[in-house]
Ligand binder design. Structure first.
Ligand SMILES: Cc1ncc(COP(=O)(O)O)c(C=O)c1O
Length: 301
């Protein structure tokens, strides 16, 4: 497998291991940073495209706005840096890309600059459970509420909560955690959004269910409708997970992965379901460019 050798820090390409910021910079001291995780997919022809680059950069800009960052780096600069990060690392397989913008200044907790940023490309294999599915547990940790740490902002500090839920799920012998909102409705997994199939309708918690407004979730909704599967965005009860025909998680990192049990109750017959598999195949085609559909989602490197 290839290894990361170059990282772009504040516009300069430097050896991957030499990137640094001060430990007392707010990005470290208080986790004041926003980021995006993207994927560059290798096409059968050998070239690479970055999936839904524009949408990721738009979400990053929203996060910087909400967190009131000084002088956010312009979209054009970040777009070029992401593409350069892929080129300079010369991957021979799919790459996981991270764009991160952090406060590099020191000072008080409410300091808003100076702002620094990185663009990196890293190897990342597909989830080991991609084909077989995950055993998930509903966590006793709840999802962050919008009026405390807004989950629609992809802020580094938000992952403290996701980490607690993941560590607890693993300690209890599960693969993944599903988090509920503070009102007890289903929100999402620690680092992925969630869909369930009920009576042939694909259901996903609405955008006011304290979810990250996931790019993959949007892709899945579009692909499902194109395949003739009806989709509903609404509040979801915990017990709907127990009686669903299918459940799956989706995100840039996880892609689409079936959940085959929730709280040790099998989902459907306990194997990845037919709709999940159809959507996995449709997703694979659209990210890897083996279909002509949605060329606007693939930015050539
Ligand atoms: C908390 C959370 N939810 C959902 C997702 C999926 O988002 P996206 O599809 O934009 O990658 C992620 C991705 O990392 C995440 O961290």
């Amino acid at each position: 497998m290839w290894t990361a050798r170059t990282i772009i820090h504040n516009g300069r390409a430097i050896p991957f291991g030499e990137a640094s910021i001060h430990p007392l910079a707010l990005g470290v001291a208080f986790g004041i940073a926003v980021f995006e995780g993207l994927r560059a997919y290798r096409h059968p022809s050998g070239g690479f495209t970055v999936f839904r680059l524009e949408e990721h950069l738009d979400r990053l800009a929203q996060g910087m706005k909400v967190l009131r960052f000084d002088d956010p780096p312009p979209k054009d600069v970040l777009r070029n840096a992401v593409l350069d990060a892929v080129r300079l690392n010369e991957p021979d397989d799919d790459a996981y890309l991270r764009v991160q913008v952090q406060i590099e200044g020191m000072g008080m907790m409410a300091t808003t600059g100076p702002v620094g940023w990185i663009a990196a490309a890293l190897p990342r294999e597909r989830s080991r459970k991609f084909a077989t599915g995950l055993a998930a547990a509903v966590s006793s940790w709840t999802r962050l509420p919008d009026n405390a740490m807004p989950p629609r902002v992809k802020a580094s500090a938000n992952y403290h909560a996701s980490r607690l839920a993941t560590l607890q799920a693993r300690a209890d012998g599960y693969d993944s955690a599903i988090l509920l909102t503070q009102r007890g409705k289903v929100s999402e997994a620690a680092a992925a959004c969630l869909f369930l199939l009920r009576d042939g309708v694909l259901v996903t918690p609405s955008r006011s269910s304290d979810i990250l407004e996931s790019i993959t979730r949007g892709t899945v909704i579009t692909l499902a409708r194109e395949l003739g599967v009806p989709v509903e965005e609404r509040e979801v009860d915990r017990t709907e997970l127990y009686v669903a025909e299918e459940v799956f998680l989706c995100g840039t990192g996880q892609e689409l992965v079936a959940v085959t049990s929730v709280d040790r109750l099998p989902v459907g017959d306990g194997a990845p379901g037919a709709v999940t598999k159809r959507l996995q195949a449709a997703y694979e085609a659209v990210v890897r460019g083996t279909t002509d559909a949605h060329p606007e989602w693939r930015t050539p490197v």
